[in-house]
Design a protein around this ligand. Structure first.
Ligand SMILES: Cc1ncc(COP(=O)(O)O)c(C=O)c1O
Length: 412
């Protein structure tokens, strides 16, 4: 069809969608040729040279796979690699989990954490009696889109206190209390994105009280296990408390993008905890049915790497060391950034930078300051002032602090 016939095309009904904010930011950064440029937008780990890091344990497992003459490229089963699914449940619930012993839990392999959320949303849209979902304000950009697309009425619960740059617990409990009985509530298992603010254990107990009293259904989004504190068990505390101490049913969307550095391999799992083993089996059958019509079966290579590591004690130990390397470097960047800002006497209090946890820090910088950081200093971050700490390193953290100092003073 020539251009003159364009008027007849049904594509004329297709409006241009806005670009994704994070991927768009990365594209702008890629176009910037200034050597000093810094990308603090995308949530991907970088080493101290600012380069992507292939975890040593991933290199090892990958090599073992490639040397295995039995390796084929056949389809995986619809629900994914069985050894990965079992290991994913043990990873999040702990190997001595009573829920595992009682066979009240299943997992299905997913297209990373996004796919785990999407599959969970599709299942809940079909079977959950209440079509209201509450996400934290703010939350990971994709939550609203995923649940909105699945037909949910998406609402927010109060989470972040912009005065203290910490958790507004009272606000959160009150939002959860006033939501319709039996709503679906998306909770970030650890390393809340975008704020880096997690509830304490005492606060999680209060959150569980309301969840239980209101009959809400928890979907834990767990994209950063082991990456937040460097300790896999510590980062799973909230989930385990809900499942073991409170005996609550839940979904857990797990991603291996960050904690294995396998961003592009798209490996994750959706773990389901129910009251009985019969219910768990029924859930797996329905989740498999949804997976079959959407993508048939999940990608194999990343899953084989993760499964190999999770099921081999020696590789598992190497992995825990790699996790400590990543989380340790990020914690060091938090300390250095705060120290530089204090040394410069930058107006404001910067304690939240070291109080917050995980990949991100919600700096409190305003959109005008963010925009100035980009135009004057070639430092790229989302307009809400969220910084991916992994983009900082010993070569650029002082430059960043000086730039922040300048924009804060000049916009005061
Ligand atoms: C809170 C949260 N959930 C889920 C994801 C999913 O990521 P992926 O699909 O790459 O595993 C992310 C990634 O940024 C995230 O921050």
């Amino acid at each position: 069809m020539g251009n003159s016939d364009q008027g007849k095309s049904f594509f004329n009904n297709v409006p241009l969608a806005p670009p994704d904010p994070i991927f768009h930011l990365t594209a702008s950064y890629e176009k910037d040729t200034t050597p000093k440029r810094i990308n603090l937008g995308v949530g991907a780990y970088r080493d101290d040279m600012g380069q992507p890091w292939v975890l040593p344990v991933v290199r090892k497992a990958r090599q073992l796979l490639l040397e295995d003459p039995a390796l084929t490229h056949e389809y995986l089963p619809i629900a994914g690699l069985p050894a990965l699914r079992d290991a994913s449940i043990r990873l999040i619930l702990g190997k001595d989990s009573p829920a595992i012993r009682e066979k009240r839990t299943i997992a299905i392999q997913t297209i990373s954490g996004t796919g785990a959320n999407t599959l969970g949303a599709a299942f809940l849209a079909q079977f959950h009696p209440v079509r209201t979902v509450l996400v934290s304000n703010p939350t990971w950009v994709n939550h609203k889109g995923i649940f909105g697309n699945a037909g949910f009425d998406v609402k927010e619960y109060t989470y972040f206190d912009s005065k203290t740059l910490g958790l507004d617990l009272e606000g959160m409990l009150s939002s959860l209390n006033s939501a319709p009985e039996g709503s679906v509530i998306i909770l970030h298992a650890c390393a809340h994105n975008p704020t880096g603010v997690d509830p304490t254990q005492e606060q999680w107990i209060k959150i569980a009280d309301v969840m239980e009293a209101k009959g809400h259904f928890p979907l834990f989004d767990c994209a950063y296990q082991g990456f937040a504190s460097g300790d896999l068990d510590k980062d799973a505390w909230a989930v385990r408390y809900f499942v073991h101490d409170r005996k609550l049913e839940c979904f857990i969307a797990q991603s291996y993008a960050k904690n294995f550095g396998l961003y592009g391999e798209r490996c994750g799992a959706l773990t389901v905890v129910t009251q009985t083993s019969d219910l768990a089996d029924r859930c797996l059958s329905q989740l498999s049915k949804i997976a079959r019509v959407n993508y048939s079966n999940p990608p194999a290579f990343g899953a084989r790497i993760v499964s190999r590591v999770l099921n081999d004690p020696e590789l598992y130990t190497t992995w825990t060391n790699d996790l400590r390397t990543m989380s340790g470097r990020i914690i060091q960047m938090r300390t250095l950034l705060r120290e530089h800002l204090i040394k410069l006497g930058t107006p404001g209090n910067w304690d939240h930078i070291t109080r917050q946890i995980g990949m991100f820090s919600f700096t409190g910088l305003k959109p005008a300051q963010v925009s100035l950081l980009q135009s004057k200093y070639h430092i790229y971050m989302t307009s809400n002032g969220r910084v991916s700490m992994a983009g900082l390193n010993t070569n650029n953290v002082e430059y960043m602090a000086k730039a922040v100092d300048d924009v804060v003073r000049s916009t005061e």
